[in-house]
Write a protein that binds this ligand. Structure first.
Ligand SMILES: Nc1ncnc2c1ncn2[C@@H]1O[C@H](COP(=O)(O)OP(=O)(O)OP(=O)(O)O)[C@@H](O)[C@H]1O
Ligand SMILES: [Mg+2]
Length: 315
C-alpha cells in the first residue's frame, strides 16, 4: 500500500475500533504530526528500542532512563518515550513536571514536537504524565497515530527508546513489536523469568518477532547474568521460534536507588558507580547494533512505511 495513502486512510478513520473493554476514542492528531513528513523514522536513520520485561519492578524504567542518559553522554541524540503506566514514571524519575502529555497529542491539542522535554544535551523525553491511564488503553488507531507522529519530527534522533509498562497489555505488545529491537529486562526471580518468557511467547507467536535482547538486572556479576540468561534462552530455544541474546548486565547498586530518590540518573550523579559503568558499556554495545532489516512487515511499525488495516493487527 502506498505510504501516504495508508496514512491518510488511517487518519480518516477518526474513531478507533475499540479494543475489548475500552471505549472508542476520537483521534484528531494535528496535521503537523500526521501528514507533513511521514517518512518512517528508521528510513531517516533512527534506531528504535523498546525496553520491556513482562514483570513489574524489574528495572525497565531504570534501564530505559539510564541507557538514554549514557547514549546522550556519548554524543547521541535520544528521545525517550514514556509508555509506562506504572508508579515510577520516567518524568517522576527525572524530576520533570510536564504540562502536557501524550493524551494532549491524541486529542490534537499539541504536536509531538511540543511535547518533547529536554532533559540534558542529547536527551528529550515524551512524558506519559497524567496521560498514563490513557496510554494503558490505547486503541490500535491511537497507537498507530503515535507512531506515525514520530515520522513527522523535523529532526530525527539517533535512538528512540520506549519504556513500556509491566504486563502483556496491547500497549506493551504493540510498542514492543513496532520497535526494531526489544530489550527484555530480567532479574533473578522466578516471576521475572516466567513473565519474560510469556512476553517472548506473545511477541514471537503473535507478532513475528524473531530476535530479543536481554539485559540481566540486579545481578552480582557476569557469571550470574549468564546463568540467568541460560535459564531464559533454554526455554525460548526449546519452545519458541525466537532467539534471545544477552547484551549486558547491570549490577545491583545502591547508588542507583539513591540516584532515583534524588530524581537523577545514576550515570550523571555517580559516573563511576558500578551501575553507571555498566550502562555506559551497554550504550556502547547498543550503538554497534546494525540497522534493522525488517522490510515486508505488514504491521504498524517505526520502520515500515505502511500501516496495517486498523482492526487487523495481530492479537
Ligand atoms: N540495578 C539495580 N540496583 C538497585 N536497584 C535497582 C536496580 N534496578 C532497578 N532498581 C530499583 O528497583 C525498583 C524498580 O525499578 P523500575 O521502576 O525501573 O522498575 P520497572 O520495571 O520500570 O517497574 P514498573 O513495572 O512498575 O514500571 C526501583 O526502586 C529501582 O531503583
Ligand atoms: Mg517502569
Amino acid at each position: 500500500m502506498d505510504q501516504a495513502f495508508g496514512l491518510t486512510q488511517m487518519l480518516a478513520a477518526k474513531v478507533a475500533r475499540p479494543a475489548t473493554g475500552t471505549k472508542a476514542v476520537p483521534v484528531t492528531l494535528r496535521q503537523a504530526d500526521g501528514l507533513l513528513t511521514s517518512v518512517p523514522m528508521a528510513q531517516r536513520g533512527c534506531r528504535t528500542i523498546a525496553v520491556a520485561g513482562g514483570k513489574g519492578g524489574v528495572g525497565k524504567s531504570t534501564v530505559a532512563v539510564n541507557l538514554g542518559m549514557a547514549l546522550a553522554a556519548a554524543g547521541k541524540d535520544v528521545i525517550l518515550l514514556d509508555a509506562d503506566t506504572g508508579l515510577a514514571n520516567v518524568d517522576v524519575m527525572l524530576g520533570l513536571t510536564p504540562a502536557r502529555h501524550i493524551g494532549h497529542l491524541l486529542d490534537g491539542e499539541c504536536t509531538l514536537q511540543e511535547l518533547l522535554i529536554p532533559v540534558r544535551d542529547g536527551l528529550q523525553v515524551v512524558p506519559a504524565g497524567s496521560g498514563a491511564r490513557r496510554l494503558a488503553q490505547l486503541s490500535p488507531t491511537e497507537h498507530a497515530a503515535i507512531i506515525r507522529a514520530f515520522d513527522s519530527l523535523a529532526e530525527v534522533p539517533d535512538f528512540l527508546l520506549i519504556d513500556t509498562a509491566a504486563g502483556l497489555s496491547d500497549t506493551v505488545t504493540m510498542f514492543a513489536s513496532a520497535a526494531a529491537e526489544v530489550i527484555l529486562v530480567v532479574c533473578d526471580e522466578p516471576a521475572s523469568l516466567t513473565d519474560a518468557y510469556g512476553l517472548s511467547k506473545v511477541l514471537s507467536r503473535d507478532f513475528g518477532v524473531r530476535r530479543l535482547r536481554m539485559v540481566a538486572n540486579m545481578v552480582r556479576n557476569e557469571g550470574d547474568a549468564r546463568a540467568l540468561y541460560q535459564k531464559l534462552a533454554r526455554v525460548c530455544d526449546r519452545f519458541l521460534d525466537v532467539t534471545v541474546e544477552l547484551v549486558g548486565f547491570i549490577p545491583h547498586d545502591e547508588r542507583l536507588r539513591q540516584a532515583i530518590k534524588r530524581q537523577a540518573a545514576v550515570v550523571d550523579a555517580w559516573p563511576s558507580a558500578p551501575s553507571s559503568l555498566a550502562f555506559k558499556k551497554l550504550a556502547g554495545t547498543v550503538d554497534k547494533w546494525k540497522e534493522p532489516e525488517r522490510a515486508g512487515l505488514d504491521r504498524i511499525s517505526f520502520f515500515a512505511g505502511r500501516t496495517a488495516p486498523v482492526g487487523e493487527m495481530p492479537r
